[in-house]
Each structure stands twice: as C-alpha cells, then as structure tokens.
Design a protein around this ligand. Structure first.
Ligand code: GLR
Length: 316
C-alpha cells in the first residue's frame, strides 16, 4: 500500500533535495544492514524530499536481486513517513521487473529505472524495457537518462502517454539540446531532476532547464551544507552558490577526479572522515587512497562543512 499517488509523489519530490544513501558493506563486502539502517535513519532526519535506495551512489549495480530487495526493505524500515523511499531497478528487463516488484513488496513509493546493461539501447528497446517495468508495478517510476539509456524526447512522450505511473526524468548527460527537447515536449506532465556526478556543480544552470531538484551524493556526509546549497539554488542566489562552489564543491571535484569511479568512493570516504563509516566500496570500484582521505578530511574541516554533531570527530 503506497501513501502517494503518482502525481502526489512527483509534486513532493520536485519540491526538495533528494538523498541517495550509500549502501553499507562489511569488510568482506557483505551488506551491513545495521549500519545501513543507522545511516538511512540519520539521512531521513534531515529535510529531504525523498530517499533513493540502491541508486548509483548506493552501488545498486553491484547488488544481487535479493540484496537489492533487502536494501530497499531496510531503507523503508529506517526512513520516516514524510521521507518516501524509492528503489532502483536495473539490468536486463526481467531483472528490472523483479526489482520493481520487490521494491513494491518492500513498501517503496516508487522506483528509479537505471540504464540496463552493456549493449547500447535503441529507442524501441527502451520503450519496451521501461514499459515492461511500468506494467509490472503500480509504483511510480522515474527514468535515468545516462550511459546506454539515452531517451529521445519522442520516447519520453510516448512513455508518458502510455503509462500514468511514469512521473519523472532524471538526467546525467547534461546535453542541453536533448534537455530542451525533452522538457519542451513533455512539459509539466513529468518532473525533472539533475543527476550528473556531484550534481551541485550543475544545479543552478539546470534550474533554468526546469530541473527543480537533483540527487545529492554529498548529502550523505555533509547534509547541512548540501541543504544550504539547495536552498541557495532554489532562491537563485548566484553569489551564495558560487561561494559554496569555491569553498567546497570545486576542491572536492579535484579529489574525486583522482580515480575512476571515485564519485562513489569519495562518498564513503566522506562518511569515514566525519566518523560515520559505512565500509568499503565493492570491486571493481576501489576506495580512496590514504592521501586522498587525508585531503578530504582536511577539506571538510577547512570548508567548515562537517555535520554539526560530528564536527569534533572530523577535526580530531
Ligand atoms: O544514482 C545516483 O547515486 C546518482 O544519481 C548520482 C549522484 O547522486 C549524483 O547526482 C551526484 O554525484 O551528486
């Protein structure tokens, strides 16, 4: 039983920042449920509009279908009613359908459709893939425009016309021409969210493209800073946004760009830095090196962005 209709969920999500919690693993890479629940409960205490379990930052691509369902169940149990949980569906169509049905059974309010697998996808194939998920669940769904899943404006409109539970378009390509076409053609029928790596970097310009919100990976470990940043973006306070970009986001990108896949690893590094470790990333990702972690700790301290209650631990 969901609490939100598709339209209500879209309205709710587009009005606030979106959290993509990291998935906790033990040192031998098993799902660490108690630590994950604790992390999700902490994230949900803040004023976020929604929580996407097993997303990209949550290493959903590394989870078995059983683990994916367990992660979503744990997130639903640890969140609060005001912060709806959405699951992530990925891989081949049968797998994506199974993920969606498991998310529904777990009490999620919606799902994010991740790009499928290795091969590139035709528009016809994407319509069939998303259509199969939309028909297999009553949950509202959002498509993730990224990697091998690039949705043309016509495909987006076709899906929106066919499936009432298709509610949102998340973008990680930043192709302005594509976004202009999608947002102009689909209009208010959908809501739009930014999902480029370290989405804060692009948040202000993408607001102009109709993206009222975005997925914040850094919200995992600097939630107060991420929320202030979001408020500045929504207020279109360019001076405040640029100040925050210079103080924290741009130096953070410099550390993130030292390694492939560090967009996820740096989030787990950040959690370690603030004294809330959630374990390692799963291979083929790898964790930050010792120097990277030291530099991140120093940056968090110098920029004054550590969460209030954990400030002393960062400075120690
Ligand atoms: O699935 C995900 O974790 C993402 O959407 C990617 C990140 O959250 C991205 O937006 C970021 O790094 O801020």
């Amino acid at each position: 039983m969901t609490n939100f209709t598709p339209a209500e969920l879209a309205e709710h999500l587009k009005g606030g920042l979106l959290s993509f919690p990291a998935t906790a693993f033990t040192p031998d890479f098993e799902f660490d449920e108690p630590t994950y629940r604790d992390h999700v409960a902490w994230q949900a205490r803040y004023d976020v509009a929604g929580l996407f379990a097993a997303g990209g930052t949550g290493e959903g691509f590394s989870l078995t279908p059983e683990e994916n369902a367990r992660v979503v169940r744990a997130a639903v149990a640890a969140s609060r009613p005001e912060v709806p949980v959405l699951g992530s569906v990925g891989g081949w169509t049968k797998n994506a359908v199974a993920n969606a049905q498991a998310a529904e059974a777990a009490g999620a309010e919606g799902v994010l459709v991740m790009p499928p697998y290795l091969t590139e996808c035709s528009q016809q194939g994407l319509i069939a893939h998303v259509g199969a998920v939309a028909e297999a669940t009553r949950l509202p769904l959002i498509v993730y425009n990224r990697a091998n899943a690039v949705y043309s404006a016509d495909t987006v409109v076709t899906l929106a016309d066919r499936y009432e539970n298709f509610i949102g378009f998340k973008d990680a390509l930043g192709n302005i021409e594509q976004l202009a076409k999608v947002t102009a053609k689909a209009g208010d029928r959908l809501f739009y969210l930014g999902g480029l790596p370290t989405a804060e970097t692009y948040a202000l310009p993408l607001l102009q493209m109709g993206m009222s919100t975005y997925s914040s990976a850094m919200f995992n470990f600097v939630p107060e800073f991420a929320l202030e940043f979001y408020r500045d973006v929504r207020a279109q306070d360019r001076t405040a946004v640029v100040e925050k970009l210079k103080r924290f986001v741009l130096p953070y990108l410099e550390i993130r760009d030292r390694g492939k896949g560090f967009g996820v690893s740096i989030v787990k590094g950040g959690l370690q830095a603030i004294g809330r470790p959630v374990g390692p990333v799963r291979p083929p990702l790898h964790d930050l090196g010792a120097q990277d972690l030291e530099d991140l700790k120093a940056l968090i301290a110098e920029a004054g962005v550590a969460p209030a209650a954990d400030h002393e631990k960062v400075l120690a």
